[in-house]
Design a protein around this ligand. Structure first.
Ligand code: ACO
Length: 343
C-alpha cells in the first residue's frame, strides 16, 4: 500500500483588501474595527470582483500547487473540490475547474474524475481523508484537492447581516495528494458530525420540499427573502461546540498516534475565529509559536483556510521535510475533522 503525502501546495486570494473600517465606509455597516478584532482577531479580508467565480479563484492556486509538486495537468488523476459557495447549484465546481485548468484541451485530454465535497469549514479535511484513502488504495497517484470560496457575493453587507458579514472572506487553497513509497505523509485522520445542529449555521436559499422550491411572485419570478438568501449563524452555540469538538478531535488523534503536543512542530487550525483557536491552544498547553494563523489578513475563507495556510507556510520556509504537523477544523453541519501529517 503506498503512502499518501502532500507533494505541492498553492493559494490565491483576490487583490481587493477590505479592512474592518472598509465595512463601515464602503458598505455603511454599523460596526467598528475594535469590535471585530476583539471578538475574532480579523483585521481584513479579500473580496473577489464581480465576474470571478469559485472555480476561477481555484485555478491559480492549483497551478501553484502543481508547479511546487513538479507535475503537470497530464499527471492529475482526480480533482476534489471542497466549497460551500459553488459557482452554481449544479454541476459542482470541480468540472468547471477541470475545464478552466485546460485538462480537457486537445493534446491533454485528461478526463480525470471530479468530486465535489459539501462540508463547509471541514470540507478540506473531508477531502483530505477521501484523497488519502484513494491514493492509498493504489487507484490514483496524484489528486488535486482544492478548498475555495467566494463568500462576498452571498454576504448581507448591511448592518442587518453584520454578525456574519464581518467574518468571511474569499480565497482558494490547493494541495496535491500524491503516492509515495517513502515513509512519510498523512498518518491518520478523524472525521465527525452532529446533524442535530444542522440549522445552527446554514444558508437555506431554497427548500426542495416546497413546490416550487423557491417561492414565485405574481409574475412567476423566484423571490428569496433575506432570511433565506443569507447565512444564519447561532454564533455563541457555534463557538461552544467548536471549542469542544476541536479539542475532542485533537485528543483522539493524539491518542491514536501516541503523541503529545511536544511531538508536533506546527498546528494548522481552521481560521473561523482567533479567539476559538487561542482557547483551544491554551487548553492543550500549546505555545503560540506552534500555531500558524492568517485570519487577521483573510478572515474565514471556510474550506480554503487550511490549504491557504499550508501554502503560505511552505512559501515562508516554515514547512520542512520531516516535520510533524496537525490540522483540525470545525464548522457548519456541525462537521469537524483532524489529521496528522509527517511532512
Ligand atoms: N459589529 C458590531 N456589533 C455586532 C457585530 C459587528 N460586526 N456583530 C454582531 N454585533 C452585535 C449583535 O447585534 C449583538 O447586539 P445586541 O446585543 O444589541 O443584539 C451583540 O453584538 C452581540 O452579538 P453576539 O452574536 O451575541 O456576539 P458574540 O459575542 O457571540 O460574538 C461572534 C459573535 C464573534 C460571531 C462569535 O459568536 C463567534 O465567533 N462565533 C463562532 C463563529 C464561527 O466559528 N463560525 C463557524 C465557522 S463558519 C462555517 O462553518 C461556515
Amino acid at each position: 500500500m503506498p503512502n499518501a503525502y502532500i507533494s505541492g501546495t498553492g493559494f490565491h486570494v483576490p487583490e481587493d483588501i477590505v479592512t474592518n473600517q472598509d465595512l463601515v465606509t464602503r458598505y455603511g455597516i454599523d460596526t467598528t474595527d475594535e469590535w471585530i478584532v476583539k471578538r475574532t482577531g480579523i483585521e481584513a479580508r479579500r473580496f473577489a470582483p464581480e465576474g470571478v467565480g469559485t472555480a476561477d479563484l481555484a485555478v491559480p492556486a492549483v497551478q501553484m500547487a502543481l508547479e511546487r509538486a513538479g507535475i503537470s495537468n497530464a499527471d492529475i488523476g482526480m480533482i476534489i473540490f471542497a466549497t460551500l459557495s459553488p459557482d452554481h447549484c449544479f454541476p459542482g465546481s470541480g468540472v468547471y475547474l477541470q475545464h478552466k485548468l485546460g485538462l480537457t484541451d486537445e493534446g491533454v485530454g485528461n478526463f480525470a474524475g471530479c468530486l465535489d465535497v459539501r462540508n463547509q469549514c471541514s470540507g478540506f479535511l473531508y477531502g483530505l481523508a477521501t484523497a488519502t484513502s484513494m491514493v492509498q488504495s493504489g487507484s490514483v497517484d496524484n489528486i488535486v484537492l482544492v478548498g475555495a470560496e467566494v463568500h462576498s457575493a452571498a454576504l448581507d453587507l448591511s448592518t442587518r447581516g453584520r454578525n456574519v458579514a464581518s467574518l468571511f472572506g474569499d480565497g482558494a487553497g490547493a494541495v496535491i495528494v500524491s503516492a509515495t513509497e517513502e515513509d512519510r505523509g498523512i498518518r491518520s485522520w478523524h472525521l465527525g458530525a452532529d446533524g442535530r445542529h444542522a440549522d445552527a449555521l446554514s444558508q437555506k436559499v431554497f427548500d426542495i420540499s416546497k413546490r416550487p422550491f423557491i417561492p414565485l411572485n405574481e409574475e412567476g419570478v423566484g423571490q428569496v427573502a433575506p432570511d433565506y438568501m443569507f447565512a444564519h449563524m447561532a454564533g455563541r452555540l457555534v463557538f461552544k461546540h467548536a471549542v469542544e469538538r476541536m479539542i475532542g478531535a485533537l485528543m483522539k488523534e493524539f491518542q491514536k498516534q501516541s503523541l503529545t503536543v511536544d511531538d508536533v512542530d506546527l498546528f494548522f487550525f481552521h481560521q473561523a475565529n482567533l479567539r476559538i483557536n487561542q482557547y483551544v491552544a491554551k487548553n492543550l498547553g500549546l505555545p503560540d509559536e506552534k500555531l500558524f494563523h492568517n485570519i487577521e489578513r483573510y478572515g474565514n475563507t471556510t474550506a480554503a483556510t487550511i490549504p491557504i495556510m499550508l501554502a503560505e507556510a511552505q512559501g515562508q520556509g516554515r514547512l520542512e521535510r520531516g516535520m510533524k504537523i496537525v490540522t483540525v477544523a470545525f464548522g457548519s453541519g456541525f462537521t469537524w475533522g483532524a489529521a496528522i501529517i509527517d511532512w
